[in-house]
Design a protein around this ligand. Sequence first.
Ligand code: ATR
Length: 286
Amino acid sequence: MILNCKLDGSTEVYGIFGYPVKHSKSPTFQTLFFQKTNINGIYVPFEVKPENLELAVKSLRALNIKGVNITIPHKEEVVKYVNDVSKEVMYIGASNTLKNIDGFIKAFNTDAFGFIKGLKQLEPNLAGKKVLVLGAGGASRAVIYGLINEKVEKIYIANRTPKRAEKIKKDFEKLHRFIDEVVEIIAFHQIENILEKVEIIVNTTSVGLKEEDKPLFNYENIKPEHIVVDIIYKKTPLLQTAEKKGCKWQDGLPMLIYQGMKSFEIWTGKWPNVNYEDVENIFKNS
Ligand code: ATR
């Protein structure tokens, strides 16, 4: 992509903290957002080792960096070093976006927003739906937070380590008065029975990233009526089967793009002036 940046003494600096960070696509599309929205800003990758995270957050104040995204492995740890957290961060326990407000650092989480906005491309009306969520890690917490706020009727969580799913349910007690009715933790062997009850299946685990990963359940039991989302950004075996069955399906790209758009809005007060399809094409062609 040819960038047409005009950098000068007033250019505001934004970026991403990660380790590793080389694979990150955020600098490409965030820089595009700044250009297309006519904001004098630039977005750069910062490779921050875990032992330097606290110092890196302090440096936002020292260097007057206006905002950063936070990625692996810092999303949970970073919360310790900020001045304030949003409601989302309080529940999810992780942040992907910091904003520097005159030296006061506030942590946000735009993953739940990104996930829901992406899912709504496939199903605009989520209220009353029943959803199977695979996994109970950090990403799962954002997905479940988003789904509860959309007033889905039921969320079945299946995780290799059931304790982590129990912890989510406990932590989300204050988010929903009837959490016991909305969230049900199931074992992997129960998935086959649950499939006929749910309209939406979401994989938040890393299973499917590697070719040799053992499937989480027998994907052949997926029905064409199911909506299937994998938050990994590739066509995993789960998604390949969903496509073969004729399901509506989506990988992690919409979530990634929309979480980035929301971060941009938090920093600048403006929604990026781009077509979603143009941003998606940048990824597909890069
Ligand atoms: P993230 O922040 O991306 O969610 P994470 O917190 O490490 O990352 O969570 C990874 C998720 O993938 C967890 O639900 C994990 O299950 P455990 O809680 O039992 O660890 C799940 N996961 C990873 N590898 C898995 C595997 N081989 N089989 C089943 N689940 C797996």
